[in-house]
Every structure is written in C-alpha cells, then in structure tokens.
Design a protein around this ligand. Structure first.
Ligand SMILES: [Zn+2]
Ligand SMILES: [Zn+2]
Length: 404
C-alpha cells in the first residue's frame, strides 16, 4: 500500500498556531491536499490530547480516524463529493525541544505510550504544544525508544533550534543513529546528500504546519510504502528506507535557506556576516543560512545519493501559485475560490500540481495552466528566503508576458 504522509504539524496550543487547528478541520483539508495520513502533533499536551481523544478513534494499531458525524453538516470547507469514510487518518506525534534548544520529532505507537512518555520526560508538558524538556537529546531518545516510539531531529539544518546548529554530527547529540532526519523546508535531498554521515539515514519531508489550510498542511510530505496501515507499518517503512519519494519545497523557498538578518531580512555573504560579527546594522541578528551550514558539513561538492535514496520532488502550495499568477492585491477569498474549483474538480491538490493534464486545467483556467506548466518544467523564478522570511516566486514582467 502506498500512502502520502505528513508527519510533523502543530496543534492549537503551540505558539503561533491557528485556532482552527483541530482533527475536524485537518481530516478533510489533508484529504483535499492529497494526504492519507497526517500527524496529530503536540500529543504530549493534555488539552490537545483531549481534543484528539474526543474527535478520533483508533481504527487500526496506532492509526486514528475521525469519529462519524464529527464534521458539521453542510460545512463550507468540505465538498459534498468527499466521502466521510475516506478522510485523512492520524498518527500520534509530537515535537519537543531539548535542553540545548534542539528540536526532535517523536512518533508514538499508542495512546498508552504518550501517557508513559509524559511521565518520563522532565518538563512542563502543558505550557506549550511543543514542550521544553530539561534533558539531552540522547536521554530523550532513550525514553522514547523505551516506549516503542521512533525519533529524529526536526528541520535538521535551521539556525535557531536544529541539531546541526548545535552539533557537527548527529552522533554527538544521540550517541547513535537517529531513526530518521527531517530535512526542513530550506533543504532537500541534493543538499543533504553531500554530508557523509547521512548516507544511511532516512530523510523525512514534513510540513511543520501551524494551520490546517492546504498552503501549509502537506506543503511537504512523504510518499511511503506500507506493509500494513498501522504504526508498525509506518515505522518499518521509515527504518527500512521504504519511502518512495520525498515531496517538498524548492529549498530556496524555505525561510532559512540563505544567510540573512532575522529582523530586516537583508541577505549577507558569509564573509560579510563574520566581519559584522553576525550583527546587522539594523540591530538584528544575522542567521546562518541552511545552504551555508550544509556547505560547512559537507564532504562532497555534489550530491552523493546512496542507492536507496528516493527521488525528491519539488512542490509548491497551489494557493501560492494562484496568488502569484494573479499578482498583488488578490484576496484570499479569490484565491480560495479558484483553489476549490480546481481541487474539487480534479480530486486533490497533488493531482492538480503534478498529474492532471494541462489541457484539462487550461479548460478551467488558461492563465493558471501556463504557470503550472512553468512549475512542472521547473522554470519559475525564485527569490531565495533567509533570516525567517520565506522565499518567493517572482514574475518578471517579460517572463509573465511570455507565459500569457
Ligand atoms: Zn521545530
Ligand atoms: Zn537587519
């Protein structure tokens, strides 16, 4: 069985997370995105766990489905064509911050293991959806493994809270190989496979979404082969490298791709940043870009993909393609109208982005079909992100003219 899974999101009790975040909104939205499985996120947080337990039920080992009748009748965000029984399912996950401010993703086999880990980890589990744990990475890994969980670093190369901002090797953090490594939005497989120690580690591509809408949820995901649709199926697929493809951003679109100021977002060459002692004249801190961090860690100038490494397929949220196509000033309502028209017609967003024949998209929206073509042929212009600001799709006027 092949599924699309997004294994890292946050619930509504995490900082800066949409109050709309709930299994009831996520299950249909994730399905419209093209996902079969989505993380619950924040499972260690008692209030969020209550919501999960109230709205979902375990339908196979470690896999949860929305309870019948949970979605209000006539909900505007759910098309009539979407079958209740075929909504996206959930797996219990959390992200934690360790004592060194390094983030880790943990995936749980059961509710029991969530409760057991809650009592083992040292920290206030209910202060934030992503708890701060007063333990080191290896101690958290030990506790997680004792409860049958799998664990690996989140957004491994970012400058504030990742494993590689703190250590030069994942082994310095865990003392052994992590179960997986999450690439984060600012890196892809071509970049990470320049680092020798990652050759035998499975890469995950997850959204880290803070809102249930499809420009966030599933903006990165994993196409995985499962022997069975259970926690063990997911675990085996990750540990044995049965990921078919990683889907994710062009890393230039990530928030931390280039070295830049975290306040005014001005980009810097490394030599310049060092000369300024990582302080921007505006008063902000200059943060090292993921591209440069990977260069520092790399053994090779070019990617050395191990034979089992799956392809990495670049995707973009369709809503962003729509708003870029219709340029500045378009309203969210307008973007949503077109998004719904396409997604409801062609089944889900991934289809529209990757599979639906261009002629069929053209029949609905000729302007957009040209931009989707440019996206599929990898000829969109991208202005890199950095310092906490996402990269942007850019249309020069003449490029735009050549599209239309
Ligand atoms: Zn994080
Ligand atoms: Zn600045």
């Amino acid at each position: 069985m092949i599924i699309n899974a997004d294994l890292h999101i946050h619930g509504r009790y995490s900082m800066a997370t949409s109050k709309n975040m709930s299994p009831v909104t996520m299950a249909p939205q994730a399905k419209l995105k093209g996902l079969d499985l989505v993380a619950t996120g924040d499972a260690l947080h008692q209030k969020w766990l209550n919501i999960i337990e109230e709205t979902t039920e375990e339908t196979s080992d470690g896999i949860f489905s929305l309870k019948d009748g949970t979605i209000p009748e006539g909900s505007e965000d759910v098309p009539e064509t979407l079958d209740d029984t075929d909504l996206c399912k959930f797996i219990l996950t959390t992200e934690v911050e360790d004592i060194k401010r390094v983030h880790h993703v943990i995936i749980f086999p059961s509710l029991e293991s969530v409760h057991a880990l809650r009592s083992k980890l040292n920290g206030n589990m209910d202060a934030d959806g992503r708890p701060k744990i007063r333990m080191k990475g290896d101690e958290i890994m030990d506790a997680a493994h004792e409860e049958g969980c799998i664990i690996g670093p989140s957004h491994a190369f970012t400058p504030w809270t990742s494993i590689y901002k703190e250590y030069d090797s994942v082994y310095d953090c865990y003392g052994r190989k992590p179960d997986f490594l999450e690439l984060g939005l600012s890196a892809d497989t071509d970049m990470a496979d320049r680092i020798e120690e990652l050759q035998d580690i499975t890469f995950l591509t997850n959204s880290d979404a803070h809102s249930p809408w499809p420009h966030r949820l599933g903006r990165e995901f994993n196409e995985m082969e499962l022997k069975e649709f259970t926690f063990n199926g997911v675990k085996d697929s990750i540990l044995n490298g049965n990921i078919h493809s990683n889907y994710g951003f062009d890393p230039r679109l990530g928030k931390y791709h280039k070295t830049a100021c975290s306040k005014c977002y001005r980009k810097y060459e490394i030599s310049e940043a060092i000369k300024l002692n990582w302080r921007c004249p505006c008063g902000g801190k200059i943060k090292k870009g993921v591209d440069y961090r990977i260069y520092e860690l790399s053994k090779w100038d070019e990617p050395h993909h191990p034979p089992e490494r799956p392809p990495y397929i670049h995707i973009l949220p369709l809503a962003e393609i729509i708003s870029s196509t219709y340029c500045k000033g378009v309203t969210t309502v307008f973007v949503q109208k077109i998004w719904k028209e396409l997604v409801y017609k062609f089944g889900n967003e991934i289809n529209v982005l990757i599979q639906t024949p261009l002629e069929e998209i053209e029949a609905v929206d000729p302007k957009l079909s040209k931009v989707i073509k440019a996206f599929r042929t990898n000829t969109l212009h991208i202005e890199s992100g950095g310092g906490g600001k996402y990269g942007e799709i850019m249309f020069e006027q003449d490029t735009l003219d050549s599209y239309f």
